[in-house]
Design a protein around this ligand. Structure first.
Ligand code: ZN
Ligand code: ZN
Length: 224
């Protein structure tokens, strides 16, 4: 465990108030995504269309679901979790996601995380998506498969890129190292989703290794 976690009392990732890792006030202010959502990619739609036109863009994912909007206390908490090493936020953030997945009826045989390239992981010291996936597995009582989803090449950060560049960046960047996936359903976890390009590239690698339907999930969604 990180020294930080041992020395300091819990402090809210949204507002820094001492007492818990995500205080009741911030929990209340976090904006959950609201219907109507695209039935496939889960983005908020202005009107009650069933899909947003994401089928061609995200061919490998069966579905993408996120719990909350990437703004306000959720954005602050995810930033502290990811870039300032507040690893204990994995619990409350995964809880937001788990609650959403239960409501949406999303389940699967296995849960895996979007991997970081090994160099990035070494730099950061941990993979935030791994911590979220572990908390999610525990909450939904879903297993980790034998084998590993890996990022086979370093990919540039996606922040600020347009949709096309995001897809180009992650194309063929992932691979499944392990036994064949035998048509089993899989959930892939990330902290934040924007266009869904990264999660779709992961789904492509898993389907290439024989998986069944792949659902991408993220704690937060950036509205594009
Ligand atoms: Zn707070
Ligand atoms: Zn869509």
């Amino acid at each position: 465990m990180h020294l930080f976690d041992l020395l300091l009392p819990p402090r809210c990732g949204g507002c820094r108030r001492v007492g818990s890792w995500l205080c009741a006030h911030c929990r209340e202010r976090i904006r959950r995504l609201e219907e109507p959502l695209c039935r496939r990619c889960g983005v908020e739609l202005a009107s009650a269309r069933r899909e947003c036109g994401c089928r061609a863009r995200l061919p490998s994912l069966s579905r993408l679901r996120s719990a909350v909007a990437y703004e306000g206390p959720a954005e602050a908490a995810i930033h502290r979790f990811k870039y300032e090493g507040w690893r204990r936020l994995a619990g409350p953030l995964a809880q937001l996601l788990a609650e959403r997945l239960v409501v949406e009826g999303v389940s699967a045989r296995w849960v895996v995380a979007v991997p970081l390239h090994r160099d990035r992981r070494r730099q950061r010291g941990f993979n935030q998506a791994d911590l979220l996936a572990a908390e999610l597995r525990r909450r939904l009582v879903i297993a980790l498969p034998a084998g590993e989803l890996v990022r086979t090449r370093p990919t540039p950060p996606q922040v600020g890129n347009d949709r096309r560049t995001r897809h180009e960046n992650v194309r063929n960047a992932f691979a499944w190292r392990g036994p064949a996936l035998n048509g089993e359903s899989i959930i892939v976890v990330d902290d934040v989703a924007t266009t869904g390009a990264t999660l779709d590239a992961c789904a492509s690698a898993l389907k290439g290794a024989g998986s069944g339907p792949v659902t991408g999930v993220s704690v937060a969604r950036v509205n594009v």
